[in-house]
Ligand binder design. Structure first.
Ligand code: CP3
Length: 344
């Protein structure tokens, strides 16, 4: 059965414009909170295929999105490379022993072995594929090497990125060695996600905007493109979505063999269409905080539809949904995307 989401990723005409939301499986859903409470903590949930499958399917059933996204986290990759991840309540992710020098990097587990340790992710994908309706797509994902490296070097989230930027300007060779190693793990990891059954790949570069535009290609984009090209050569039927958040100054320089460019909320959709719309399908890009108001949501969905006209477009938010958004408003967003694009 053809999947409208996959067709849209390849720029084919579809009966309406498909929609999903970044972070659609998460804390704004009471049903998610119930499973998470059963799991004990967030990482247990990621490690348990039965429960991870259940929360992956929740937004499909509850709010009616056109694609499911695998429930996991980008940080399971460095965790399985040997970096000891934990989630501290109220503080977000933490690595106890961040990478400071080459010796720390050399202690990490090799590509093949790290990718093989992520079996719970592949088992989750297989379960989801058994249970997901045939006309819905399953999105698998990874963090971009740069975004992963920021956590591996800083040991946690950061506002200033001072530790990784110090490395970028004073020891770029080491930063490139870290990015190389992560890129090689991610290639195998995404290949194994595809073999387990995902229909689409998304690469999240959430912290793209931390890099000055003139250095973005060198420290992030080229590695994302390398991953995309590796996968495209072997699996051309799997669409690839790139989501580099907050880099309007780089739009003129975007290149590479992938299908969909994810537009974040700070980049005007008309601007993205002018720069990239002929070459790539565009995904996005409602400012997620508009979800607090149904009127503000409708206004934005109509404006985006006016620009994209239902062509070469996938509706989404311009970043993840926040935990205190009412479920009814999330449903309203999905319904409005379907309504304006003519879903019967
Ligand atoms: O629905 C989905 O989108 C699928 C699941 C998903 C999660 N994380 C679950 C999650 C995805 C795709 C991610 C990606 C992710 N993780 C990114 C890139 C996307 C983005 O939002 O920019 C990043 C930067 C991370 C790292 C991460 N994971 C942080 C900084 C945090 C803590 C902040 C927060 O939102 O709580 C997490 C935890 C996390 N990942 C949660 C979920 C549902 C919250 C955990 C919980 O309390 O239940």
């Amino acid at each position: 059965m053809s999947k409208i989401f996959v067709d849209a990723c390849f720029g084919k005409e579809t009966p309406y414009t498909p929609v999903w939301m970044m972070r659609q499986a998460g804390r704004y859903l009471p049903e998610y909170m119930a499973v998470r409470a059963k799991a004990g903590d967030f990482l247990n949930l990621c490690h348990n295929p039965e429960m991870a499958c259940e929360v992956t399917l929740q937004p499909v059933d509850i709010i009616g999105v056109d694609a499911a996204i695998l429930f996991s986290d980008i940080l399971v990759i460095p965790d399985e490379m040997g970096m000891d991840l934990s989630f501290v309540k109220g503080e977000g992710p933490k690595f106890s022993d961040p990478i400071k020098d080459e010796a720390d990097l050399n202690r990490l587990i090799g590509e093949e072995e790290a990718a093989n340790k992520l079996t719970y992710v592949y088992d989750t994908i297989k379960l989801i594929k058994e249970r997901l309706a045939d006309d819905k797509a399953l999105i698998g994902f990874t963090g971009a090497p740069w975004t992963l490296a920021t956590y591996m070097i800083e040991g946690q989230g950061t506002k200033t990125y001072n530790i990784c930027k110090k490395m970028m300007y004073s020891n770029p060779e080491l930063l490139h060695k870290i990015l190389r190693k992560v890129t090689d793990v991610v290639k195998l990891y995404m290949e194994k996600q595809i073999q387990a059954g995902i229909d689409v790949v998304q690469i999240f570069d959430s912290w793209a905007a931390a890099i000055e535009p003139g250095k973005y290609d060198e420290f992030s984009w080229q590695y994302m493109v390398e991953i995309a090209e590796y996968l495209k050569e072997k699996y051309p039927h799997i669409p690839i979505i790139m989501f580099p958040k907050g880099i309007p100054a780089f739009l003129d320089k975007v290149y590479g063999n992938f299908d969909v460019f994810g537009v974040d909320w700070s980049t005007p959709m008309a601007f993205a269409k002018e720069k990239l719309g002929d070459k790539y399908v565009l995904q996005g890009n409602m400012e997620p905080c508009r979800l607090y108001s149904k009127e503000a949501t409708t206004e934005c969905v109509e404006a985006i539809q006016n620009i994209m006209q239902g062509k070469r477009h996938i509706f989404n938010l311009g970043h993840g949904i926040l935990p205190d958004v009412p479920v009814a408003n999330a449903k309203h967003f999905i319904n409005e995307c379907h309504r304006v694009s003519g879903k019967k």
